[in-house]
Design a protein around this ligand. Structure first.
Ligand code: PLP
Length: 395
């Protein structure tokens, strides 16, 4: 039996703040009532602020996978070609889904250690003189590897080619944690869900939709029903949903948006950068390797750590769970057993993270994984330097 709170340090679902738990602890109300419409309007407008868009955002009662599907079925037709990049496990799953809908995917191979290369996307689109490629589909924060893709650079690369492909971005583990600008970066569909940067339980899937994507949805030929944008957008205009919504998750969403905006999105993004920097300082001190190779693409949301050869990451995670009541993220598919992932997103601050890193450092010792001690000290130094430089000398 463990005392105290479980440390949920996986890269989503992230811990749900007490404030959000309290906001959801409400009676379910009539979803056709005026009270519901007020809630509906508040969450739809609030979500737009987090996507940094003035265009429509739709919210499905689904996981992120449902929101992936919505992006595909509303914009593409069987036989269409799209360009995707193998950044890791989630890009691979999205590709697989597109294939099941009869989409032909040009899948740029990757080594799972960096984000999508804007130059490669530019080259592929430049070669496509006939404009057969209908969409570029990229994962912003590859949760399986801890590498981000530089979406603004990818946008610029697409613009240089004057190619009309849609830009569809999986922001499932980046939204509300990493700077993401749907309008400014001219994303056509941004896909997200509730259990990462929004700090909610799983169960809500989001699509932010550009005018161009909505135009595509008027002529594409993919059968759809539950995920049809127009079915959703009509009642959304008055704050309602076409079917029974996930009412209590929406109470939570209203609170989550308020929390993110009270902290200020720029501060939220800076906090995640700081937590990630401290985590990498610890990993470096331990003498372990971060999976992401490209510093400009280090994820602010999670750090995937490579195990030394001969040591199994899942056994290590079990040692940490059994002894210190902390869940770390598993390595997925290609990197199963080879990496563990430290989530540092959402309801996470300096002291929570230091607790988590302490659990990792003790776990390395208990599991007999060769490492240098002092990782937690290295992370503390990152926070101390920052705090000193920010605080008033008169206090
Ligand atoms: N895309 C990314 C980047 C993810 O991290 C995840 C889940 O972790 C998904 C898609 C799938 O989302 P869900 O598990 O909510 O269906």
């Amino acid at each position: 039996m463990h005392q105290g709170r479980h440390f949920l340090q996986i890269p989503g679902p992230s811990p749900v703040p007490d404030r959000i738990l309290r906001a959801m602890d409400m009676p379910v109300i009539d979803h056709r009532s005026a009270d519901f419409a007020e809630l509906g309007r508040a969450v739809l407008e609030g979500s737009q602020k987090i996507f940094q868009t003035t265009g429509p955002v739709v919210i499905f009662p689904s996981s992120g996978t449902g929101a992936w599907e919505a992006a595909i079925v509303n914009t593409l037709s069987p036989g269409d070609r799209v360009l995707m990049v193998e950044t890791g496990h989630f890009a691979t799953l999205w590709r697989q889904m597109a294939g099941r809908f009869g989409i032909e995917v040009d899948f740029v191979p990757g080594d799972w250690r960096r984000g999508a290369d804007p130059a490669v996307i530019e080259a592929r689109l430049s070669e496509d003189k006939a404009h057969a490629i209908r969409a570029v589909m990229v994962v912003h924060n590859e949760t399986s590897t801890g590498a981000t893709s530089r979406i603004s650079d990818i946008r610029a690369a697409i613009d240089r080619t004057a190619h009309p492909a849609l830009l569809m971005v999986d922001t499932i583990s980046s939204l509300g944690s990493v700077d993401y600008r749907h309008d400014e970066w001219k994303a056509d569909v941004s896909v997200s869900c509730s259990q990462k940067g929004f700090m909610l339980p799983p169960g809500l899937g989001f699509n932010a939709i550009s005018d161009k994507a909505r135009d595509a949805s008027r002529t594409n030929r993919m059968p759809r029903s539950y995920f049809d944008w127009e079915e959703m957008l009509k009642p959304n205009a008055k704050g309602f949903f076409p079917y029974t919504p996930a009412t209590n998750l929406l109470y939570g969403l209203r609170e989550a948006v308020a929390m993110l905006l009270e902290e200020g999105l720029d501060n939220v993004f800076a906090r995640h950068q700081r937590l990630a920097q401290a985590t990498r300082a610890a990993v470096t001190q331990w003498g372990l390797e971060v999976l992401c190779r490209e510093p400009s693409e280090f994820s602010p949301v999670l750090t995937a750590v490579m195990m030394p050869p001969g040591h199994d990451a899942d056994r290590f995670r079990k040692v940490v769970l059994d002894n210190f009541n902390m869940s770390l993220g598993a390595g997925l598919s290609k990197v199963a057993g080879k990496v563990f992932r430290i989530g540092h997103l959402g309801e996470c601050n300096e002291l929570t993270l230091l607790g988590a890193l302490t659990g990792v450092e003790m776990g390395l010792s208990v599991a007999g994984v060769p490492h240098r001690p002092g990782g937690v000290d290295a992370a503390m130094k990152v926070f101390e330097q920052r705090t000193q430089s920010n605080s008033s000398p008169h206090l």
